[in-house]
Structures are given as structure tokens and as C-alpha cells.
Design a protein around this ligand. Structure first.
Ligand code: CA
Length: 229
């Protein structure tokens, strides 16, 4: 089912442009030209995300945001005037998920919309998109692994290995499970391939930062442990 987006924007040209771009991307789109109509539509609960201009007739964008936040956690991306730093701060404080400064690049807005929708569906599914363990963080949306903030470059399979271990923090994961999750169920190659990936990850993580993140449980598999746990 297509996701639906509400555009609350009084400048007809911008609203129309946004509508066409979003329709082109496969979203369902509705528009509202003032804050009051925008709020009414948003309250219907029919929308997955709202693009909300700050300067609006009837109710301004902050007021619409404040009122919708009483009843809904729908993602909201605010459109603010150029260099209106206070607007950005107020928008984010008021519970906006993101903001764009006008004039904006449509590609960037589309990317932020995708990100906000993804984040929300991950939250709805009860999944955290940033896994952490000690100084290690793994962002499943950005595909980034960091140790104490420093980026670690991993291959796809090294990343997946670490993801499975971090999703099962403090729980030993067997080699068979790792093999299936990292290499796929129909993997027919060497079964010690997991040991090889663990070695690669250790070389990029444990050895560089002088830590012991991935522990071997002899005869069973591997575990990543939170030292505070
Ligand atoms: Ca406006």
C-alpha cells in the first residue's frame, strides 16, 4: 500500500511542485493551504508523514505541530525560511522529526522523507535502528559501524555478522545460525567461513581499539558482550 503524505503549504507553486514530485515517487498526496485545514487533515490519522511549512495563515506551523503532537507521533518535516535558525530550534524542540530550509533541493527533501518513514516503521516494529554495545554502535539504516564515534569500514558480510551478534547481545550465537544469517540458507561453501569473517572483524575492531568485543565460545559459536551487563 502506498504511503500517504500531507503537504501543508500556502505557497501554491511550492505545494504543487512537491505534490508532483511525491506522486512521481509513488506516494499518495494531499494538500492543505492553511494551518487549520492542515491540522484537521493531520488529525484524521490517514497520513504517514506531514511536510509542514512554518509561515502559514490561520494557524502557523509551530501551532499545528504543537497540537498534532498531543495526539500523534506522525513524522513531521518542517519547511522553514532561509537562515531562520530559531525556527529550526523551535521546530525540533516542538517535536518535528526534521526540517528543511527554503529554498530546498528536492532530492534532499525526498531523502529525508524516506529516512523519516523508515525510522518510524522501525520504531513501530519495535526495532531500534541503532544497536549499541559498550563503545560500539551499529546503525542499521545508515549501514554504519562506529567505535567511540570513529567509523569502521566493513564489508557487507562483516557488517551482517556484527549486526546478528549485536541483535543477540550477551547471547551466544551458534556458527550455524551465523552462517544462515550472514551467508544465506542455501550457502554451500566452507562452514568455517564464519570464523574467517570473525577474524576480519576482529582485525578492524578489536585489534585497532585494543578491546575484546567478539568472544569465542569454544565448540558453540560467538557472543558479543556488554561489559556493563
Ligand atoms: Ca508559507
Amino acid at each position: 500500500m502506498a504511503q500517504s503524505i500531507l503537504i501543508v503549504e500556502d505557497e501554491e507553486k511550492i505545494a504543487r511542485f512537491l505534490e508532483l514530485e511525491l506522486l512521481h515517487e509513488g506516494y499518495e498526496v494531499e494538500k492543505a493551504q492553511d494551518g487549520r485545514k492542515g491540522l484537521e487533515k493531520a488529525q484524521s490519522g490517514r497520513f504517514d508523514l506531514m511536510v509542514l511549512d512554518v509561515m502559514l495563515p490561520e494557524l502557523n506551523g509551530f501551532e499545528v505541530l504543537r497540537r498534532i503532537r498531543r495526539e500523534s507521533n506522525m513524522p513531521v518535516i518542517m519547511l522553514t525560511a532561509r537562515d531562520a535558525v530559531m525556527d529550526k530550534v523551535a521546530g525540533l524542540d516542538g517535536g518535528a522529526d526534521d526540517y528543511m530550509t527554503k529554498p530546498f533541493a528536492i532530492e534532499e527533501l525526498l531523502a529525508r522523507i524516506r529516512l523519516a518513514l523508515k525510522k518510524r516503521s522501525a520504531q513501530d516494529a519495535g526495532e531500534e535502528h541503532v544497536l549499541s554495545c559498550g563503545g560500539l554502535t551499529l546503525d542499521t539504516l545508515k549501514y554504519e559501524v562506529r567505535y567511540e564515534g570513529k567509523l569502521i569500514e566493513l564489508t557487507h558480510r562483516e557488517f551482517e555478522l556484527l549486526r546478528v551478534l549485536m541483535e543477540n547481545k550477551n547471547i551466544v550465537v551458534s556458527r550455524d545460525t551465523l552462517l544462515q544469517k550472514v551467508c544465506g540458507y542455501d550457502y554451500m561453501g566452507e562452514t568455517n567461513v564464519i570464523d574467517v569473517y570473525v577474524r576480519y572483524v576482529r582485525a578492524k575492531l578489536d585489534e585497532v581499539y585494543q578491546v575484546k568485543m567478539i568472544q569465542t565460545v569454544r565448540g558453540v559459536g560467538y557472543v558479543i558482550k556488554d561489559s556493563e551487563a
